[in-house]
Design a protein around this ligand. Structure first.
Ligand SMILES: *[C@@H]1O[C@H](CO)[C@@H](O)[C@H](O)[C@H]1NC(C)=O
Length: 381
């Protein structure tokens, strides 16, 4: 009887969390901030989206996937359908709609890229479902990709998913994403396999040594010693782990996971990844002739803000939300005042006015969009 009572308590907890999460997802959003997001998204679509190929000019699979996720995240926030036809016309969407797509070949062996595709397909699916449309091609494609990635876990270095099918590197982002796709996959399907994978992933990641004494995740593990390789602490690595832990908390009710998530979020805000309260990637330089972030690196800061949004959705706790309100508002302000030009493109540098060093590519605009969408939900209004 005791066991029954305990499991009843757990189901009640989960039911409460499920309805609380639904409420939180509908949190009232800041209309003025959403207007800025729409302005940036409109410019991004008209400047970079090629309706013939369904790709962003000068984009990449994983960054295109993030951008698609962003447009749908925005439409779920505004309630409008400004980009309602984009998904089915995108190269990722066309692949999802075609049940004969060979995902192994489409994904090109990149186990991190593949999981950004999963996240995009889920978000597109959420949008379609919210509009009463059939999302099954998107969700079934996501689960096919997930199964491919789950098969990329082995015992080298004690566990973890390989960065690519070449099996040369185990790194933070691939495994943080696997924590998120596993925990979120469980919340979406109630399939226990996902939850087991999420728990195994967190146990491994926590003990992997990839988080350094400052609380920041380095890039990955040395392939011969399996020790932290000391490589760059990119901003996005500090928040994708948090959304993954938030999802695992939502699945289990273990709030220690939220404390773990905030170690890396808080470390970001007090580290050299920030200049005057604004995120600054190690490759960011406002001055001409300095370092410049490449296509991948330009979108990392926005992903940090987006995954703080997802983390706060899962945590669903006013006092935890309050810790990040000012910082998210500051990122929004910096994107608008320092990052954006008069055409509403956003450059790669947020921390200072562009002095010739900011880079203007679709990934940088998507990154700015992410900061604004996140602030619409969790910044001040
Ligand atoms: C809760 O999560 C923490 C952090 O991963 C872990 O150490 C602890 O064992 C978990 N508690 C339970 C009851 O699973």
């Amino acid at each position: 009887m005791k066991l029954l009572a305990a499991s009843t308590a757990v189901s009640l907890f989960l039911a409460e969390r499920a309805s609380a999460t639904a409420i939180q997802h509908q949190r009232r959003q800041c209309a003025a901030t959403l207007n800025d997001a729409t302005t940036i998204a409109n410019e991004l679509q008209s400047k970079y989206f090629n309706t013939g190929t369904g790709q962003y000019t000068d984009g990449e699979l994983w960054t295109d996937s993030n951008t698609l996720e962003d447009l749908h995240n925005l439409m779920l926030a505004t309630g409008n359908d400004d980009y309602g036809t984009v998904a089915d016309n995108s190269w990722v969407g066309k692949a999802a709609l075609d049940s004969s797509t060979d995902w192994n070949s489409f994904l090109g062996g990149s186990n991190d890229d593949a999981q950004w595709v999963i996240l995009a397909l889920w978000k597109i699916g959420d949008y379609k479902t919210a509009r009463g449309q059939d999302a099954s091609a998107y969700t079934s494609s996501a689960s096919k990709i997930y199964d491919i990635i789950a098969g990329q876990w082995d015992d080298t270095c004690g566990g973890g998913v390989w960065w690519s099918t070449a099996h040369t590197y185990k790194n933070a982002i691939t495994n943080e994403l696997f924590l998120l796709t596993s925990a979120e996959g469980y919340l979406r399907t109630q399939d226990q396999t996902y939850l087991t994978n999420a728990q195994n992933e967190w146990n491994w990641l926590f003990n992997s040594g990839m988080r350094n004494s400052d609380g920041l995740f380095n890039d990955g593990l040395d392939s011969s010693t399996c020790a932290n390789n000391g490589q760059t602490t990119w901003t996005y690595n500090q928040a994708v782990v948090a959304s993954g832990l938030g999802a695992l908390y939502a699945a289990t009710g273990n709030s220690t996971l939220l404390d773990q998530a905030e170690i890396s979020l808080d470390a970001t805000m007090s580290s050299s990844l920030v200049s005057n309260d604004i995120l600054k990637e190690s490759c960011d330089d406002a001055d001409a002739g300095g370092a410049q972030c490449n296509h991948d690196q330009q979108i990392f800061k926005g992903i940090w803000t987006k995954h703080v949004q997802f983390y706060l959705d899962y945590a669903n706790d006013a006092s935890r939300t309050a810790k990040y309100t000012d910082f998210l508002s500051s990122q929004y302000s910096a994107v608008i005042h320092y990052g954006m030009n008069s055409a509403h493109d956003v450059g790669s540098v947020w921390y200072a006015p562009d002095n010739g060093g900011s880079v203007w590519q679709p990934e940088a605009s998507a990154s700015g969009l992410e900061a604004v969408v996140s602030a619409a939900k969790y910044g001040s209004c």
